[in-house]
Design a protein around this ligand. Structure first.
Ligand SMILES: [Zn+2]
Ligand SMILES: [Zn+2]
Length: 758
């Protein structure tokens, strides 16, 4: 049989994921000669051998790529033979390497876990074991190329044994930049709350303290967690009090899948996500008889679980089963990631600190996902996913930076057809978060060598991210574009689905600055990446007290009742009205009537708040979306009826009147219909409304594709009902896939719009 030579080009996520060593090992296995190199498009092989061997090689590579690789395309063409003698990994040119990607951080792989727990292995119980297929990446890398000297591992010189592994292309640790062992690598330390060393085995002591109900700040991949025993209600209560976080659900980490399944229901997709190398927090439906304390996630039917994703976690869980592992931050501040910083900021929350000397260069909170209809829905896209780029359907030679919005904020920077969406920054309204935002932006620009040519900000003049972006553009003398919030939402859904065309965009959220300077949030747009037209919206209603009303859903409840029934609402025979403080209401009524500090809003988020409060579910909130989430949790899915909104046509725009819905809810309350049914009828009413308006717009504009975006679509009942009902009417429905529907996706949408228009 004749030998042949082929050029094989591979596209997809194939760089910074141990692809070349895998190719090297497979080439050896099939006795192929030639070379492999990274280039701007991906990985290119120049390979020679028997054709059946090359075929088997390609097959195996496709079937069994490195865990984090994703082969989008593999093309091959014949070349004249050259009789190569050996197989080589060709080092990339420096310029090229800046284009390569560094992979996100990766959970400890099976092989490393095995070695970690094998008392014959030289890394037995070593908490920093890693290999080409796993370990820290993005969070320890200061600049590209991804090379040890450019990571925070620089200060640790590899011992001879580690170096031998590192230099051997056939070793699993070939070019594993964080490679280390107990002799040459980082070490653990346990500190008390004053930052003083505690002698003895750090892991054993930590487990012991946790079992005693103490709170320990544990340094992870992208920052500190605050950990406590998840079966100890008092410890959780203490953690909540110290963190000033009374209700927001806390994430959990469990030893393994079997422990998780004792507390929650698990589908195959959910299991896969939990055990995936990206190891996100997955929101899972609680079992009826879940024995974990209610105060982990009050009034919530879901628990957020993750599995141990670093060797340190695995060691901790040798003696433990389930821990609360919530972000190590003070309320609303970014996650702490430096040792000294953590002790300084968290000393009033944590009793102890489990730290180490491998520095984190850039923080990354845990990613949070849930599964709907077998698909992943991101609530937060960060560790394990960032900075993996999103591929846009457009390319643009100009580099664009989007500064995002306000809540759940991220920023995004583009290069050609790639959009690099940042790690989770959080709510950019306090100094610490803004500093983290600024540092992140600087890091990304330098890291990927993408000095932006164009800046994009939200239309809201008061958002800190907008102000920051404007200053940035001025300082760097770059053009600035302002994008309307809900247009950015729909654009993010378009780019998330690889679309570049006109769609019906349903953008529902809590707050977004409108083109008429009012607050939007219940919007139907006809939009593409160029422009949008507002076609329908929820009727404006006053928001008495502005932000105060956002934190106090009962104000929205009273306002909706007032607008629906007039002053007579005070005579309604419902618990909500009976317990309403008349004196306070008079003041609010005055504000509304005199239009004092009562901006007008068309927000579905506020309508959710109103209904939640009228039903007696939630009058005050302590975290964003709480009233709506608890209303969703109450819904009884067996209910099949829905409430009817009234659609009023005003010239070219439709206004959605929710008064009939409020009236029906009051009628149902009077008839003592359970609130679980009322909640479901409200959800179905909203889903039907989406279908009704979409049908009108389809008729008017001849568009059959619907994009659903905005924070409201984190609500699975609404998303499921709307999607199902739209599909029944032959619509093509697009939900988010890789970006969160909330404001975490805004920056990518902003960039996509600039890509199209600039
Ligand atoms: Zn490994
Ligand atoms: Zn070593």
């Amino acid at each position: 049989m004749a030998k042949e030579r082929r050029k094989i080009e591979i596209r997809g996520i194939v760089q910074g994921v141990g692809f070349r060593p895998t190719v090297y090992r497979l080439a050896k296995k099939y006795n192929l000669k030639g070379s492999v190199l990274n280039d701007s498009k991906g990985v290119t092989l120049d390979i020679e051998g028997y054709s059946k061997d090359i075929d088997s090689f390609s097959e195996e590579l496709k079937r069994n790529p490195p865990p984090l690789a994703d082969i989008e395309e593999l093309s091959s063409k014949k070349l004249p033979p050259k009789n190569f003698r050996e197989f080589k990994i060709i080092e990339s040119e420096k310029g090229e390497e800046k284009r390569t990607l560094v992979s996100p951080d990766i959970a400890t792989c099976r092989d490393c876990k095995k070695e970690l727990l094998n008392n014959k292995d030289r890394r037995y119980l070593y908490p920093f074991i890693n290999c080409t297929n796993c370990g820290p990446r993005f969070t320890i890398t200061k600049e590209l190329p991804y090379d040890r000297k450019n990571t925070t591992m620089k200060r640790f010189e590899m011992c001879e044994k580690c170096r031998t592994e590192y230099e051997d292309p056939e070793n699993r640790r070939f070019h594993a930049q964080p490679n280390a062992c107990d002799d040459c690598g980082p070490h653990l330390k346990l500190l008390d709350c004053k930052g003083k060393d505690i002698k003895g085995s750090s892991i054993d002591k930590t487990s012991k303290f946790l079992k005693e109900g103490k709170i320990v700040a544990v340094k992870g991949l992208g920052g500190f967690h605050l950990a406590c025993d998840a079966e100890n209600e008092t410890a959780i209560k203490t953690l909540r009090e110290r963190k000033k976080r009374p209700f927001k659900p806390l994430a959990l980490m469990a030893k393994d899948i079997s422990v998780v399944s004792r507390f929650v229901h698990l589908s195959n997709e959910e299991k896969e996500l939990l055990e995936s190398p990206r190891a996100p927090v997955v929101l899972l439906k609680k079992r009826e008889k879940c024995v974990l304390p209610e105060n982990i996630a009050p009034n919530n039917n879901f628990l957020g679980f993750m599995l141990p994703y670093t060797p340190l976690h695995i060691l901790l869980f040798q003696n433990l089963e389930v821990l609360v592992m919530t972000s190590g931050n003070k309320r609303d501040e970014p996650i702490a990631f430096g040792n000294k910083e953590a002790v300084k900021k968290l000393k009033d929350i944590a009793d102890y600190f489990l730290v180490h000397d491998r520095d984190i260069w850039i923080q990354a909170d845990d990613s949070v996902v849930r599964v709907i209809d077998g698909e992943t829905l991101f609530l937060r896209r960060s560790r394990g996913y960032s900075p993996g780029p999103l591929r846009s359907p457009l390319g643009n030679k100009k580099k664009i930076i989007g500064f995002g919005a306000h809540k759940h904020n991220t920023f995004s920077i583009s290069r050609d057809d790639e959009i690099f969406v940042s790690h989770y920054i959080g709510e950019t309204d306090n100094l610490e978060t803004i500093k983290a935002f600024e540092r992140g932006i600087k890091h990304f620009i330098n890291f990927f060598d993408i000095p932006p040519d164009i800046a994009v900000v939200d239309l809201h003049p008061e958002y800190e991210a907008t102000k920051f972006g404007k200053k940035w553009a001025e300082k760097n003398k770059k053009p600035l574009i302002e994008v309307q919030h809900h247009h950015a939402h729909i654009a993010s859904c378009l780019v998330d689905n690889g679309l570049d065309e006109k769609v019906i965009g349903v953008a529902w959220d809590g707050t977004g600055y409108g083109a008429d300077e009012k607050i939007w949030g219940g919007e139907f747009l006809i939009a593409d990446l160029k422009k949008y037209e507002r076609k329908a919206h929820l009727e404006y209603i006053p928001l008495p007290g502005g932000d105060v009303a956002v934190k106090e859903p009962r104000r929205m409840g009273a306002t909706y009742l007032y607008k629906t029934f007039g002053e007579d609402f005070l005579n309604l025979d419902t618990d909500f009205v009976k317990k309403l403080d008349r004196g306070k209401w008079k003041l609010i009524e005055n504000m509304i009537d005199k239009k004092v500090n009562s901006p007008e809003v068309s927000s579905i988020g506020r309508l959710f708040d109103a209904v939640s409060s009228i039903l007696g579910i939630r009058d005050f909130i302590t975290y964003q979306g709480q009233a709506a989430i608890e209303l969703e949790m109450t819904a009884d899915k067996k209910e099949k009826e829905g409430y009817n909104f009234n659609l009023k046509s005003k010239k070219t725009i439709y206004v959605i009147d929710s008064k009939p819905v409020i009236k029906s809810i009051i009628n149902d309350i009077k008839k003592r219909v359970p609130r679980s049914n009322i909640s479901m009828k409200f959800h179905i009413g909203l889903a039907d409304l989406i279908v009704e308006v979409s049908k009108i717009l389809r008729k008017e504009a001849g568009i059959n594709k619907v994009c659903l975006s905005g924070g409201v679509f984190q609500n699975i009942i609404l998303r499921e009902e709307a999607t199902k009902r739209l599909k029944n009417e032959e619509f093509k429905v697009y939900n988010h896939k890789k970006l969160p529907p909330n404001d975490g996706g805004i920056s990518a949408g902003q960039v996509a719009i600039a890509m199209k228009t600039q």
